[in-house]
Design a binder for this molecule. Sequence first.
Ligand SMILES: [Mn+2]
Length: 442
Amino acid sequence: MKHQDHIRHHQEIHVVMGNEACDLDSTVSALALAYFLAQSSPAARATFVPVLNIPRADFVLRTETTFLLRDRGIPAASLIFRDEIDLQGLHHAGLLSLTLVDHHVLPGADAALEEAVVEVLDHRPLEQERAPPCQVTVEPVGSCATLVTERIAQGPPGLLDRTTATLLHGTILLDCINLSPAAGKVTPRDVACVALLEERFPELPPRDSVFGALQAAKFDVTGLTTDQMLRKDLKVISSDELALAISGIYVDLEVRLGVGGNRGREWHIGDTTVTPKSLSHLQMFLLRPGLLQDLEAFCQARGYVGLVAMTVSFNERHEPTRKLAVYSQCETLRGTLCRALEEATTPSLHLQPLPSPWPCVGAFAQGNALASRKKVLPILRAALGGPGAAGGPEEEVVPPPTPMNSLVEECPLAQAVPPLCPQDVLERVSRIATGQPPGSPK
Ligand SMILES: [Mn+2]
């Protein structure tokens, strides 16, 4: 049933929705909880709908999520994205109940939906109190999927199926860095939930391979266009008149390994001859076919005066190497930005100029590898000038940055691809989507 029909038939819609970053935790928490609620709620009065809180066009950027759902046989076509459902309209018609997972403060644009919130499941520090009857579960665990797992485990027996368990298991492992205490994210409740899922479903793949595959998928940009690569981990800073994009760049595994059309190829940058094996991540990015046209189109479409691209890679000892490139068609601005980066003292970036294949791109090795984008942003903001630039707003563009993690270098996708499966997931998701109670004939 379409939601317009719900309005016509006065049928209540209960939406379960994650945060606007729509990371794996938000997605899986929404899917698993909506499915559980649909199965466990007594009357089929409401239809439970998991909503992914991004436009469908951005889903391709959440590569760890697309990987896990594809692997579990859940097609993107069965999902419902934020730009496909009129929550305000449903709410105005008095038909919306809203459960928030993996966040609990609605963004300003959604303030009108506040009255519809009936339940919250979140794992970040409580910023907003809600009065009963709204049910609030806010616990400092590593993953919201842990809270969803606990909730399902406390419910009627037999409602946890293998697909849901696989999704929750993978999400907790990814969020809690494979339950590594050293990473500082895992709590005893996350550990207990992973153990519970493994006990109920002994056929779940080993933790290391699940984590490795998800971690690799998160950073894999194979198949993304340059525009999508630039949007995957994008920040924008602006002065009164100018906006500048700063993108973390991840590199295509296939290109890095020199497979496909790149085997045996070589390029000339300045006096240097490079092959795929000797290419740095930055060079690989700069040598993408059609790069200059893509950069220009990217900046023009969004009103950016330029772009700073940053790469990070890690050696066997997990030590980072950082490089950056400054692109702008405006030579003056490009010069200003490059100089500001070269002359910065708080901190000094220790930049070494690198040969660049393009005159409108300045390329540098960043000797101070500890200076992450967080440290580089204020330097660029000051260079961009204009009143208020020093403390100006820094707009985080959805999706937010993918956290850097040295493991990306060592986890080829080859690991752990569990067998593809099941019809029942498809069916189930389409049941949730079309508003049929579980188990009812199609
Ligand atoms: Mn989360």
